[in-house]
Write a protein that binds this ligand. Structure first.
Ligand code: SF4
Ligand code: SF4
Length: 161
């Protein structure tokens, strides 16, 4: 799938997803996590992130201290050097990338520090985790970034719209 194919949706669809998620926050459906995991697995069977990389181009992961330690070691830099070269502290006091696209994104959309990338990159777009009801707002927001999330949200809300 090329990036952009499924990123398109109407305002009406977005409002419908928003309403369904609001309902799910009030009354948690049984098997919500299972529904998301199953949709996540089917979608990522066909989505090739190397044709997209929109998350790496437009958002920043949070860098935890253990991420910083691991990556700076790989780059043979001190943690302080790494932080001053690549990171800033955002309004939530999280350490995030200074620049976007990510400085480690390669021209072929591969990650230059793949084996040591932050946990947040490994787990993005967070659609196969437990207690999905806690991150429904974030998931809705991620429909603006990730075409896979658009497909996943379409699949999980299909029966209820
Ligand atoms: S996780 Fe989503 S936004 Fe990131 S590369 Fe894959 S499809 Fe694209
Ligand atoms: S560290 Fe790698 S996976 Fe994470 S945003 Fe940068 S290029 Fe993408």
């Amino acid at each position: 799938m090329e990036y952009g194919d499924d990123l398109k949706y109407t305002d009406k669809e977005f409002l419908q997803w928003k309403k369904v998620f609001a309902r799910w926050k009030q009354k948690r459906p049984k098997n919500l996590d299972e529904g998301f995991t199953s949709a996540h697995d089917s979608v990522f069977n066909v989505v090739d992130c190397l044709n997209c990389a929109n998350c790496c181009k437009t958002t920043s992961p949070i860098f935890r201290d253990v991420d910083i330690k691991r990556i700076s070691k790989r780059l043979r830099m001190s943690e302080m050097q790494f932080e001053s070269s690549y990171l800033r502290v955002d309004e939530d006091r999280d350490k995030v990338l200074k620049t976007s696209p990510c400085a480690f994104l390669q021209p072929d959309n591969k990650c230059g520090i793949y084996e040591d990338r932050p946990l947040a990159c490994r787990e993005y777009p967070h659609t196969n985790r437990k207690r999905m009801y806690q991150i429904l707002d974030l998931t809705l927001k991620n429909t603006e970034i990730c075409p896979a999330v658009v497909r996943i949200v379409k699949a999980v809300t299909k029966e209820t719209i």
